[in-house]
Design a protein around this ligand. Sequence first.
Ligand code: ADP
Ligand code: MG
Length: 312
Amino acid sequence: MKKKAVIALGGNALIKKGQKGTIYEQFANTRRSTKSIVKMIKKGWDVVITHGNGPQVGAILLQNKVAKDLTPAMPLGICVAESEGLIGYMIQQCLSNALKKEQIEKPVIALITQVIVDQDDPSLSHPTKPIGPYYNEDEAIQLRKEGFQMTCQPRGWRMVVPSPDPKQIVEGESIRKMLDEGIIVIASGGGGMPVVEKENGGLDGLEAVIDKDLAAERLAEAVEAELLLILTDVEKVYLHYGTPKQMTLDKITLKELQNYYETNHFPPGSMGPKILAAIRFLESGGKKVIVANIEKGWEAIQGETGTLITRD
Ligand code: ADP
Ligand code: MG
């Protein structure tokens, strides 16, 4: 039996703190993040790769905002698809090049992915996720008139959008078949495009974003992966993060982690969804979850770094 993994790359790790986010920086970061993936493939792992898109979709929304008098601004769902294409392309090319250097002939395919959410997901009527550029008050008033929900933050006004819970990856079965054929698939980027099922069986896109770690978990279930490897910009998961009492978690069981999750050690929007993804994956039959630094995925699989979460 071949070993299967879903690898989730952090969008924030592809544009590092302090960087402008030029395409050269993003390619260089992507190249570094693919090193561990090449090692896994060399050792016989079948992998599906997914990735975040926070900074990238923010930049696309800003470009749409600035150029709106010259060319029609695109809605959020389309911007998410654009970011999935842009990041997917970088990973696809960097990984194919790196594999060729190792004389590994495997196709790498980035797939635009749709993710089903519930029509009555509570977040659809109560959007909470701030995204994209900052606006001044006049712009915020105008955007409100256009139907957007806005929130005032210390640096200015931002759009808030729903972030519904992903239920199922539409292309999940096809991705599993591609994996069985030896294809390396990049899927569900940026959490994928949120869609709802219509009564006639069709799909409809939503103005919302899906958390990429929660979508990665659904992807891992769909392909029956044994490992969910979440790569981000910290070395490990910590308790009392960012306080003098900060404590490293090297290895932890599902039950212990659930206790910490329920006592609010992991904030929503950053570590929270990674931990919830880990809990769901192990509860649904997955073997292990590793959270580690994006440049140390292989070392983490060897047990040298990262946080290992197991069923017991
Ligand atoms: P990604 O783009 O990889 O999803 P996020 O910013 O969403 O990145 O999540 C990673 C961030 O989570 C880290 O940079 C860290 O600041 C933050 N974080 C919050 N709580 C914790 C915790 N308990 N342990 C480790 N990191 C944490
Ligand atoms: Mg995140």
